[in-house]
Ligand binder design. Structure first.
Ligand code: IMP
Ligand code: MG
Length: 181
């Protein structure tokens, strides 16, 4: 697996440090809502699996987690697949403060789809948190309150992000050698 890596873009230490800072920022914002505020994190699977696991452990307060599963990029790194919801969406979000969590903001299709669906469920507030955002116009045009890292427009894997469902278990965010893709 490691032989397929071209370059480590973000080390595990930098990821951990940034998630601690994001956790502190989100905690400050949640505390401002008051102790009675109901918080629901909605991680988008499978890519945000590792990110949400580390992020919520930085939050010293009661929160709920309700996952949604979205499929895109079936198989390859290049096909700009339409985001598609698999299974059901949470339907008990009314009056709650909702934070959508995803691995990466690229075309923006996934976040736009989920934001649209969840906003119809009348949450008190709806925010978005991504580990990575590509520095491209489509990603920068999407409102996103919490961003871990802005990265160049390259295909990355690791720390939850996959190529053909592999490489999610790499602890770093990496690019792959050309011959692997
Ligand atoms: P978007 O809908 O184009 O913004 O892309 C969001 C989804 O596409 C992410 O949740 C990932 O699953 C996938 N994706 C986009 N860019 C990458 C990448 O560079 N590496 C791995 N997956 C990616
Ligand atoms: Mg993916």
């Amino acid at each position: 697996m490691r032989g397929d890596i071209e370059r480590v873009l973000i080390s595990r230490e930098r990821i951990a440090e940034r998630i601690r800072a994001l956790g502190a920022e989100i905690t400050r914002d949640l505390d401002a809502l008051g102790p009675e505020a109901e918080i629901v994190f909605v991680p988008i699977l499978t890519g945000s699996l590792l990110f949400i696991a580390d992020l919520v452990r930085e939050l010293p307060r009661k929160v709920r987690i309700t996952v949604v599963t979205v499929s895109s990029y079936p198989g390859t790194s290049t096909s700009a697949g339409q985001a598609r919801i698999i299974g059901s969406l949470p339907d008990n979000l009314a009056g709650r403060h909702v934070i959508i969590v995803d691995d990466i903001l690229d075309s923006g299709g996934t976040i736009t789809l989920i934001r649209g669906e969840l906003s119809q469920r009348r949450p008190s507030s709806l925010k978005t948190c991504v580990l990575l955002r590509k520095l491209i116009p489509s990603a920068l045009a999407i409102p996103c309150e919490y961003v871990g890292f802005d990265i160049p427009d390259e295909f990355v894997v690791g720390y939850g992000l996959d190529y053909d469902n592999y490489y999610r278990n790499l602890p770093e965010v990496c690019t792959l050698k050309r011959e692997v893709l």
